[in-house]
Ligand binder design. Structure first.
Ligand SMILES: [Zn+2]
Length: 306
């Protein structure tokens, strides 16, 4: 846990889960107590709060960037601790937030995890201002990764701080994403020129030049990802470019997964073999997401055309 600036804290994703979100805590220094932005999947960070003299029972507000389980899975536990806590979710993500999550999906991505749904308290909308003590937080609807994806913007001590959720997440249609919306939303976030970009898994990225570079890299990744999964899944060149892009973003497990898929399609591919050797030097743990994603994509296309 680190204090990003006065009264704003970052807690890194838990290593217990394959996926877990970054969490951010704002101490409003008022009767509103603490705000948490995405509580993640597990509540195993309360000792860290205590070490920083923060009382977890004073988490009165929980702002959700988007309704994906790795970001909101711990909500029901927050509710158990504080019955008065308010959950803020964009209208377009309310259904996903309040329903029991897709069992098949959670089996693959969150093995062993059990969730019990909670109700949304405040449905947020684009440009809404939320007030907590002297603090004003602006909600920015940024669909693309999910229909109701929302970034929260605040200015504190002259810093422009953006809690942006999953900039680096996918924008695939079968998982509720939309690539055109995503591109528009990312441009909107670049225009804000945040000094500190609090990303949904990567943690805080600063200064502004780095934040902008990160967003642009994610746009490039998603363009390739969309082409590989949705537009031209048999195009070897696209899969190679995607593997290289993900390797350069230092996500070695995922790069290996993509490279393995490329070599399944085209076992003798020299550039692919070279790249896989390079990736393996980083000793990444093996994951198998591409197959799951492609399978779900196929099922989605089939039901869509029925
Ligand atoms: Zn997500």
């Amino acid at each position: 846990m680190i204090e990003i600036i006065n009264n704003i804290y970052y807690i890194e994703p838990s290593k217990e889960a394959i996926f877990d979100s970054a969490k951010y805590i704002i101490d409003t220094m008022s009767d509103d107590g603490l705000i948490i932005i995405d509580p993640g999947l597990y509540l195993n960070y309360f000792t860290k709060l205590r070490e920083n003299s923060l009382d977890s029972k004073k988490i009165n507000h929980c702002l959700i960037t988007h309704a994906h389980l790795d970001h909101y899975g711990a909500c029901y536990k927050l509710l158990e601790m504080n019955n008065d806590i308010k959950f803020y979710v964009h209208n377009a993500d309310v259904n996903n937030f309040e329903e029991i999550v897709d069992e098949e999906l959670s089996k693959n991505f969150y093995p062993g995890y059990k969730y019990s749904p909670v109700k949304v308290s405040v449905k947020v909308y684009d440009n809404q201002l939320l007030k907590f003590g002297d603090l004003e937080i602006k909600c920015l609807h940024t669909p693309g990764h999910s229909p109701g994806a929302t970034a929260y913007y605040v200015e504190i001590e002259g810093y422009r701080i953006l809690f942006a959720g999953d900039i680096g997440g996918s924008a695939l249609e079968h998982s509720g994403g939309n690539i055109d919306d995503y591109n528009k939303s990312m441009c909107k976030l670049i225009e804000i020129e945040p000094d500190i970009l609090c990303e949904g898994h990567e943690g805080p990225i600063r200064p502004n030049e780095k934040a902008e570079e990160f967003i642009r890299n994610c746009i490039e990744f998603n363009d390739l990802f969309h082409k590989a999964i949705e537009e031209s899944p048999s195009d070897i060149q696209i899969w190679y470019k995607l593997a290289k892009n993900v390797y350069e973003m230092k996500d070695y497990s995922f790069a290996l997964d993509i490279c393995n898929h490329l070599l399944d399609l085209n076992p003798g591919n020299k550039k692919g073999i070279q790249l896989r050797n390079l990736i393996k030097k980083q000793n990444p743990p093996e994951v198998d997401f591409i197959k799951v994603i492609l399978k779900r994509r196929d099922e989605y296309v089939k039901t869509k055309h029925k």
